[in-house]
Ligand binder design. Structure first.
Ligand code: MLT
Length: 254
């Protein structure tokens, strides 16, 4: 992977294809490789940019707390380094939270938004408390805690579960605890949905066990013009479970 220096970290990324710039942001606690099945389906239409978000994959992180806005600023730094003023952004789950934070901070730099198995709402107090508890457990016992608690909830398909389990086990404790706290402190960006002027694409599995499809339906009700693609029988990993449908939906951002 190539790397750039931004905001005191090294951000690793891959770039494939040509066309409209489209950034694909992975969810928690994964890396860019979750998009591998959709890259060949999109690279004739898009200039695809696939970063590892701070701390994950080959990107480094910091031990001090950081916010979603800082993760969005990492992305702005990456676009600057690539000489791109504007891009469409598709974010999976936590990547969607970063995409929304980017849309808030840099409204003129985002040409379209896709939320894949994600949501605009912030955490409930219970969810927030749960994240801090999980972060303490990960500090004490390592990322195995997350692999055990999360991998089987991500998909009904065993090969997808196996892939994400091994990917989770490759991530560092620091990345995982840092991101848990950042997600806990993120703001509710539902109001941004109504003011967003570009196309919005919502791709969501009908049996997503982590973020229920109702979260996407709520966004659609805030913005009736948004494209909602519900994937029957898919879970939290549409880009791996239904790559053709996911790629076709992302082409709306062309
Ligand atoms: C993710 O898949 O990125 C996370 O499950 C999102 C979250 O925990 O809110």
């Amino acid at each position: 992977m190539k790397k750039i220096a931004v905001n005191n970290i090294e951000l690793a990324y891959e770039r494939h294809g040509r066309g409209t710039p489209l950034v694909l942001l992975h969810g928690f606690p994964l890396d860019h490789s979750i998009w591998a099945d959709v890259v060949p389906l999109l690279e004739n239409d898009f200039d695809l940019i696939l970063p590892d978000l701070r701390g994950f994959g080959q990107s480094t992180t910091v031990s001090s707390p950081y916010s979603m806005s800082e993760m969005a600023a990492d992305l702005a730094g990456l676009l600057d380094a690539l000489g791109l003023e504007k891009a469409a952004i598709a974010g999976h789950s936590m990547g969607g939270y970063v995409a929304l934070a980017f849309a808030k901070a840099f409204p003129d730099r985002i040409s379209g938004l896709a939320l894949v198995g994600s949501q605009a709402a912030g955490d409930t107090p219970e969810r927030k408390e749960g994240r801090y508890k999980t972060a303490s457990e990960v500090d004490a016992k390592g990322v195995q805690v997350i692999a055990d608690g999360m991998a089987d909830k991500l998909s009904v398909k065993q090969p997808v579960r196996d892939f994400v389990r091994s990917l989770i086990l490759q991530q560092s404790t620091l990345a995982v605890t840092g991101a848990l706290k950042t997600m806990a402190e993120r703001e509710d960006l539902s109001p941004l949905i109504t003011s967003f002027t570009g196309p919005i694409v919502l791709i969501h599995g009908s049996v997503d066990d982590l973020i229920p499809v109702e979260r996407a339906q709520e966004i659609k009700s805030l913005k009736p013009g948004a494209h909602l693609i519900e994937l029957s029988g898919a879970g939290h990993m549409p880009m791996m479970e239904e790559p053709s449908e996911t790629a076709a939906a992302l082409k709306i951002l062309k």
